[in-house]
Design a protein around this ligand. Structure first.
Ligand SMILES: Cc1cc2nc3c(=O)[nH]c(=O)nc-3n(C[C@H](O)[C@H](O)[C@H](O)COP(=O)(O)OP(=O)(O)OC[C@H]3O[C@@H](n4cnc5c(N)ncnc54)[C@H](O)[C@@H]3O)c2cc1C
Length: 313
């Protein structure tokens, strides 16, 4: 038997947590389903400096505070991976690894996952020197030489964090300039532990039991080389978690869900908010704003389509 809720939220990042706060405060019976840990991408972020009201806060702590605030108003948390979303009359059936849920409205806040390099050695050595989370793993490589792959905000932010532990951080980037924001670029270039290797791809991660080095290729000269490092931190972008929704909702070519300004998808009663939607600013504050907008509209949707029809209302 599927459990019934007014609103089911899929994914406990900033968008889902903000939606949960608003939905619970609207007195809607709401559950937030999460397959992993609360916080999504920020759970792995060492420092957030651009969420209004906090000059500097650890991402995990910010997420915990968001969850506690929403739970105070009655938000329920459920730990399961959502595998399918199907219509069931005027309701929506949310199928998960731990059972099914029926909802009057669904808000999809599944965000995005790290992209992999897709080179030999990467999968085998993940957790043995291959990492997608500096906050989690940097401390294991104290006084050792490591590499960071990528040229965006995440690569610089996490690379700077790694310099607290490593003796040297090589930043390997496939272009000749960074995409990261100017402030992070300035900090990275000013850090004496960071050394930049431009126009270069990682073609293999070497090591038997643990990472011992990288095989590199210069995309301009074609020259191949090896770089001995004890770890490689990979930050080469993210892909939206919309695999189970393919064919169900219109998406852009990257797999982000199209919504209108109220976060409504093409299916009535189904909303998408945060990094998972097309044209998102991909920030904590914008994800939280999207979540709030979606929850307000989901509340109105339930009022219009269900409350008015229930006897005694
Ligand atoms: C390293 C790094 C540093 C960053 N630093 C900053 C910063 O300083 N400031 C800033 O504003 N932004 C920063 N960002 C971006 C910010 O973290 C994201 O924009 C924000 O987290 C997006 O929130 P979200 O709720 O949309 O998605 P996410 O944070 O991606 O959360 C989505 C959640 O949904 C869950 N989920 C996905 N699919 C399913 C499913 N099928 N079933 C159940 N659960 C599911 C995931 O496990 C995840 O917990 C950073 C991102 C990274 C990677």
């Amino acid at each position: 038997m599927a459990q019934e809720y007014d609103i089911v939220l899929i994914g406990a990042g900033p968008a889902g947590l903000a939606a949960g706060l608003y939905a619970a405060r609207a007195r809607r019976k709401t559950i937030l389903l999460e397959r992993d840990v609360t916080g999504g991408q920020i759970a792995l972020t060492s420092v957030v400096e651009n969420y209004p009201g906090f000059e500097s806060i650890n991402g995990f702590d910010l997420a915990q505070a968001m969850q506690q605030q929403a739970e105070k108003y009655g938000l329920e948390m459920g730990y399961a991976e959502v595998a399918a979303l199907e219509p069931q009359g005027s309701l929506h059936l949310v199928k998960t690894t731990e059972g099914d849920y029926l909802a009057k409205a669904v808000i999809i806040t599944g965000g995005a996952d790290y992209n992999r390099l897709g080179v030999p050695g990467e999968e085998r050595l993940t957790g043995r020197g291959v990492s997608y989370c500096a906050t989690c793993d940097a401390a294991f490589f104290k006084d050792q030489e490591v590499a960071v792959v990528g040229g965006g905000d995440a690569a610089m932010d996490e690379g700077l964090f790694v310099t607290r532990y490593a003796s040297k951080v090589y930043v390997i980037h496939r272009r000749d300039q960074l995409r990261a924001s100017k402030i992070l670029q300035e900090r990275a270039f000013a850090n004496p532990k960071m050394e930049f290797i431009w126009n270069t791809l990682v073609t293999e991660i070497m090591g038997e039991e643990a990472v011992t080095g990288l095989r590199l290729k210069n995309v301009v000269t074609g020259e191949e080389s090896t770089l001995p490092v004890a770890a490689v931190f990979i930050f080469i972008g993210l892909s939206p978690n919309t695999g189970y929704l393919k064919g169900r909702l219109p998406m852009d070519e990257g797999g982000h869900i199209f919504v209108n300004e109220w976060m409504e998808t093409s299916i009535p009663g189904v909303f998408a908010a945060g990094d998972i939607r097309a044209n998102s600013a991909r920030q904590v504050v914008s994800a939280a704003g999207d979540g709030a907008t979606a929850a307000i509209k989901a509340d109105h949707y339930i009022t219009d389509h269900f409350d008015a029809k229930e006897p005694g209302t």
